[in-house]
Design a protein around this ligand. Structure first.
Ligand SMILES: Cc1ncc(C[n+]2csc(CCOP(=O)(O)OP(=O)(O)O)c2C)c(N)n1
Length: 473
């Protein structure tokens, strides 16, 4: 029985794995911190409301940055203060999902002040849990917009003063002046009665989203004994005696009952609208090859292309993605490059998929293109077993070490040089990759080139480069 009472809620991961192979068993939070309590209330609510499988937790920066260690939901970690914007995108593109933005006071009220204001003002149908511990916890206890008057922090060592830092910001009251939000409440974690009220508010806020009623936010007053330089017991007292008088608890806005739920119509993108988007009005979309016609090991590839800045790495990825899109498949392309115009490292990540793409990030590619030695050194280990590595023998003087991958070495740069410029190496790669994998018809790629290459006089030579790559492989 006791075992049953103490079980972890199903909304949590079975094990808290921080790094592969490391199950910490507990959380990374300090003793007495409120985050763990709120996590538990949310995890339980997700189970009881039956939405664990369609929830996406969005964690920005702050002590709760590692929300993704704990919740058995979809998770995305985003830039400081930007959770409401990312949550907006997630919810709008996946209206059936339940999107939860989990933010601290530094994150939500300081750097992300504009983000939360506009998400609330637009009435996004998302749920925000706002942990107000009156300080920047993660970075060592600097003043937050919610720091109390007289409160000493690292950056207000004599105590916050109205003349210097202004008044502490009352976020739920501020948002309650907007027309759009459906439900705004402030609760606290300082005693069991208030925890029970927080539990109720957490559920109500998530239900509000499930019912399509619009923006909901719960501000939760929460202990931070480490940065308040006090004990867990004293911090609870401090909330009761100092925080609650300034930040009164209770519902600040609730129009849930008055509202009809809104569920955006499903957008069905048909072939005609895709053609229109691509400017292919008169041509047909090429859908004559199913992914099942592609050799099994090359299907739905996750591709990483890496080399020096200036080797055309990004254009190479764009060309593959553009061609895949013209083929009618789902594609994604994201670049990653250093600040140097030339000589720095660059890589891009491309997904080509018959089904929806969950994430554009390719950490473990099925196809790696390494145009220089540092790229092979860095990414060889990440290739999925059974994957394929195309490597540039003009610049790489070793073979891949792994024997569970297919290695195809070709002198991409030398072939490009023969065509008049090293810049054509990327298209030689395109030809080689497509000839080998049979992913996309060469005609489609050549057509796509007209889109991705801005200087039209180079289109013909690039087509020759593609043919040379195909021949070489
Ligand atoms: C762009 C950017 N600026 C500043 C930081 C440093 N930083 C990390 S967390 C943080 C404040 C976090 O405080 P809060 O949101 O209150 O969360 P808590 O840690 O208290 O839970 C800051 C300023 C950063 N990571 N990124």
């Amino acid at each position: 029985m006791a075992k049953d009472i103490l079980r972890k809620p199903g909304g949590f991961m079975d094990t808290f794995v921080y790094k592969p192979g490391q199950d910490k068993g507990n959380t990374h939070y300090c003793p007495g911190c409120g985050h763990g309590i709120l996590h538990k209330l949310i995890a339980e609510a997700l189970v009881d409301l039956g939405v664990v499988d369609r929830t996406i937790m969005v964690s920005p920066v702050g002590c709760s940055v590692f929300v993704y260690y704990y919740f058995a939901t979809g998770n995305i970690q985003v830039a400081h203060g930007r959770a409401p914007a990312v949550a907006t995108g997630l919810k709008r593109s996946n209206p059936d999902s339940i999107v939860i933005s989990y933010q601290g006071d530094g994150d939500l009220a300081a750097i992300g002040g504009n983000n939360i204001l506009h998400a609330a003002n637009r009435g996004e149908n998302i749920t925000v849990f706002f942990v107000n511990n009156a300080i920047y916890g993660m970075t060592g206890g600097q003043m937050a917009p919610t720091t109390l008057l007289g409160q000493k922090t690292m950056t207000s060592p004599y105590g916050r003063k109205i003349e210097n830092e202004g008044y502490p910001m009352k976020v739920v009251e501020l948002l309650s002046t907007l027309s759009a939000p459906a439900y705004l409440e402030r609760t606290s974690l300082d005693d069991s009665k208030n925890i029970a009220k927080t539990r109720k508010a957490v559920r109500k806020a998530i239900q509000c989203q499930i019912d399509g009623k619009g923006f909901s936010l719960v501000e939760v007053l929460s202990m931070c004994p480490s940065q308040w330089k006090t004990t867990p017991v004293e911090s609870k007292k401090w909330i009761k005696e100092r925080m609650i008088p300034y930040y009164p608890l209770g519902v600040k806005k609730d129009v849930i009952e008055e509202r009809a739920g809104y569920f955006p119509p499903k957008i069905d993108i048909d072939d005609e609208s895709i053609k229109e988007m691509l400017g292919l009005k008169k041509e047909k979309l090429f859908r004559d090859r199913a992914m099942s016609d592609v050799p099994e090991k090359y299907r739905n590839p996750q591709i990483k292309i890496a080399g020096f800045g200036g080797q055309g790495v990004l254009l190479l990825g764009q060309t593959l993605a553009e061609a895949g899109m013209r083929h009618g498949w789902n594609v994604s392309w994201i670049p990653s490059y250093g600040p140097e115009m030339r000589g720095g490292t660059a890589n891009c990540q491309v997904n080509i998929s018959e089904g929806p793409i969950g994430s554009p990030v390719v950490d473990f590619p099925t196809i790696l293109v390494a145009l220089n030695k540092p790229s092979l050194d860095k990414f060889e280990e990440t290739v999925q077993p059974g994957g394929v590595v195309f490597y540039n023998t003009s610049m790489i003087d070793r073979k891949p070490k792994r024997n569970d991958i297919e290695a195809i070495g070709l002198p991409f740069s030398d072939i490009a040089d023969e065509l008049g410029s090293l810049k054509f190496a990327n298209m030689v790669v395109v030809g080689a990759v497509l000839e080998k994998t049979k992913l996309i018809d060469m005609d489609i790629v050549k057509d796509a080139l007209k889109e991705v290459i801005h200087n039209k006089k180079f289109v013909e030579t690039n087509i020759v480069a593609i043919d040379r790559g195909a021949k070489a492989v």
